[in-house]
Ligand binder design. Structure first.
Ligand code: UD1
Ligand code: UDP
Length: 432
């Protein structure tokens, strides 16, 4: 059972759904209905050539409790009816959390795509969602070596963590020839002579002061700023009386279909955003990004020079905008793919693993062993576990008492060479 609910989930899940279809796997798709406007949902099914979801749960908007509660209840109903062997969720939305929790409580195996990204900031609802999904998932598909390590650091056993890369890489390589570059002209823009902006994070747009700072900085851009406005942001701008900023150089437009949005991205000088997906896409396509947030989960994009993180303050954003416009070059994604989100083949790896009964049996077997060996709380691998399970933790650092304290860093040299971690994608990836 494949679950989606929001714009980015439909996009990121598309390569997996298509791979399942290619293999004639027995599966069905559930849409929670968290996003429901045509331009936030149906358009992506059409453009990405996905068939209509088999279940549409019509959850719509609401507080976290109301929305997540409805998702839990309605997903439970579908699981009761269909008895799936496995539920796949992606990312960190309320839809992903609700579906994962409902499944885990009904003892259905959960697979989490894009597992292990962390901002280490629990003020973000998404951070709470991601952490919780990782705890209940049996298969955590990490998109990057960093995400893989985050999961190990949180004590998720290694037998439940698989470094496979990010399915967005598959999608972008596959659709690059269908991207609509003409959209640039349709909006009266000139290639490389405009900035693309997107904002929707609750912590940025729900506070009128922060939203005002962001809009004020965009309004000072020396280049036109095309701004497809997320419905949440559109509402907040209206409520806060900030429409005055939606004039030259800002061109405010509706949320764009995917191929048009990628056209706007691919031909832009710079993208200024708080979107997780857009940061990744910019790096892969080769467009410099400025991310307006206090912290991010796609740390790789900053470390390897694709993205600049800037606080949500007018002057800071303005300066980063000018810097980015003046110096738009970024490294070539392929040179860093191994340390970032991998190369195409991600959906194939994921589907290889979820369709392989041996993988699932092994996880069940090791879970069972773990359960039998734990007497007092969480097991300390070296002290309380038998060899077979201890090996699953071999990339972690143990202190003198044998307690697992953290993963080993790339540059560290330890006396026992088998305890060194290799921060390399191919060395860790599975499922080929
Ligand atoms: C959600 C996710 C966020 C993700 C984003 C992708 C959670 C907690 N948040 O945020 O992680 O990055 O989706 O875009 O799951 N609305 C509409 N039409 C729609 C959808 C939403 O008008 O089709 C409006 C409603 O007023 C709603 C608001 O947008 O209250 C927020 O929607 P919601 O799904 O709760 O959160 P997002 O901000 O979209
Ligand atoms: N996107 C789109 N049209 C838009 C804005 C974004 O198709 O007008 C796509 C974008 O290319 C990316 C995804 O939506 O794949 C990101 O979604 P969003 O920013 O809503 O969520 P996040 O990635 O931050 O969770």
């Amino acid at each position: 059972m494949v679950v989606v609910g929001t714009r980015p989930e439909i996009i990121k899940m598309a390569p997996i759904v298509r791979e399942l279809r290619r293999r004639s796997a027995d599966f069905f798709v559930v849409h929670t209905g968290q996003h429901y406007d045509w331009e936030m949902s149906s358009v992506f099914f059409e453009e990405l050539r996905l068939s209509e979801p088999d279940y549409y749960l019509n959850v719509k908007s609401g507080s976290h409790g109301v929305q997540t509660g409805k998702i839990l209840e309605r997903i439970e109903g579908v699981i009761e009816k269909e008895s799936p062997d496995l539920v796949i969720v992606v990312g960190d939305t309320n839809s992903a959390l609700g579906a994962a929790l409902a499944a885990a409580k009904m003892h259905v195996c959960v697979a989490h795509v894009e597992a292990g990204c962390r901002s280490y900031d629990r003020r973000m609802p998404e951070e709470i969602n991601r952490e919780l999904v990782a705890r209940v998932a049996s298969l955590n598909f990490a998109p990057s070596p960093r995400a893989y390590i985050n999961l190990l650091m949180e004590g998720i056993p290694r037998y439940k963590v698989f470094l496979v890369g990010h399915p967005i890489v598959d999608l972008l390589y596959e659709i690059k020839d269908r991207i609509k570059d003409d959209v640039v002209k349709e909006f009266g823009l000139t290639k490389y002579q405009y900035v693309l902006a997107t904002f929707h994070r609750a912590e940025n747009v729900d506070d009128p002061k922060i939203l005002g700072e962001i809009l004020a900085s965009l309004s000072e851009s020396p280049l036109p700023v095309i701004f497809p406005i997320h419905p949440r942001t559109r509402e907040r701008i209206k409520e806060s009386g900030l429409e005055k900023y939606l004039k030259e150089p800002i061109i405010s437009v509706k949320p764009q279909p995917y191929l048009a949005f990628l056209g706007l991205l691919r031909n832009s000088r710079l993208v200024v955003t708080d979107s997780g997906g857009v940061q990744q896409e910019a790096a892969i396509i080769g467009i410099r990004a400025v991310t307006v947030r206090e912290n991010i989960e796609w740390v790789e994009t900053v470390i390897y020079g694709f993205n600049e993180l800037v606080a949500p303050e007018r002057n800071a954003i303005m300066e980063a905008l000018i810097r980015g416009i003046g110096n738009p070059g970024v490294p070539k994604y392929e040179e860093y793919a191994n340390k970032m989100f991998g190369m195409p083949g991600v959906a194939r790896r994921i589907v290889n693993m979820i369709l392989n009964e041996e993988t699932l049996d092994r996880i069940r077997r090791l879970d069972e062993k773990m359960r039998k060996q734990v007497i007092h709380g969480y097991p300390t691998p070296k002290l309380s576990l038998k060899k077979e399970i201890r090996e699953e933790f071999s990339l972690l650092y143990f202190d003198k008492r044998g307690e697992c304290i953290r993963p080993i860093l790339e540059e560290e040299t330890l006396e026992e060479p088998e305890y060194r971690i290799i921060l390399d994608f191919q060395a860790l990836s599975k499922g080929d």
